[in-house]
Design a binder for this molecule. Structure first.
Ligand SMILES: Cc1cc2nc3c(=O)[nH]c(=O)nc-3n(C[C@H](O)[C@H](O)[C@H](O)COP(=O)(O)O)c2cc1C
Length: 211
């Protein structure tokens, strides 16, 4: 696949202190399989170039969000990217079909080990319980949410295991969309947002803004 069709968005607030996400970021860049963007390096002032981000999204078939889990969710710049780039009338809502048919893949890491994400441990919920906001964000935009690649217990992972993880990541980037785990994956559920979901003047303002 052309590297412009696989878009990796990496977001780590302290990339210089990262071990896992920096390793994955560097491996993806070196592979040449994808367009790889370090959001915190591109936007240290949090002023996201919305048009540039959208132009890259339009070319992509696979969009990868690669970030550590912070407070059971995404780091703040990644969230701002979602807020600003996935606009009403562009990514969702009336005529908001720019991302329809594309795939979204979460590649993440947690400090908590696998067995901390259980009802009888300190994270109390299985890790999947934290994923519906991601999955529904994808669905609202007409995207399939692919099975995430998550490395748990990131602080204790040895060099060999980290290397295997990075290899798995790169192998997926290079072989997309021919992943065995995608066979039989359902198409995205249709989540059409009716115009009536928002007051008419708000709809108008959003559409003018995204024009
Ligand atoms: C502000 C902050 C919040 C965090 N929240 C979580 C969390 O909710 N769950 C968890 O398992 N780990 C949490 N962690 C640990 C990170 O997920 C972990 O440090 C990271 O995945 C390691 O990757 P890295 O080597 O790329 O930094 C948090 C870390 C920070 C700094």
């Amino acid at each position: 696949m052309n590297p412009s069709e696989v878009l990796v968005l990496t977001a780590h607030p302290q990339m210089e202190q990262s071990r896992v996400n920096r390793t994955l970021y560097k491996a993806a860049k070196k592979s040449g399989h994808a367009t790889v963007r370090d959001l915190y390096r591109l936007y240290p002032d949090y002023l996201i170039d919305i048009e540039a981000e959208r132009a890259l999204l339009l070319q992509a078939k696979l969009v990868v969000w690669q970030h550590p889990i912070h407070w059971y969710s995404m780091p703040p710049l990644m969230k701002l990217w979602v807020d600003e780039v996935l606009g009403f009338g562009w990514a969702y809502g009336p005529d908001g079909h720019a991302l329809r048919g594309k795939d979204l893949w979460l590649v993440s890491s947690t400090g908590g080990p696998d067995d901390s994400y259980r009802p009888d441990s300190y994270n109390r919920y299985h890790f999947d319980a934290f994923l519906p906001p991601y999955e529904q964000t994808a669905a609202l935009c007409g995207m399939r949410f692919l099975p995430p690649l998550v490395l748990h217990g990131a602080h204790r992972v040895g060099a060999d295991e980290l290397q295997v993880h990075a290899d798995t990541f790169v192998q997926h980037l290079g072989s997309y969309p021919n992943w065995p785990e995608l066979a039989g994956l359902d198409d995205c559920i249709d989540c059409e947002v009716p115009e009536s979901a928002r007051p008419a003047d708000a709809v108008e303002a959003a559409l003018v803004e995204s024009a």
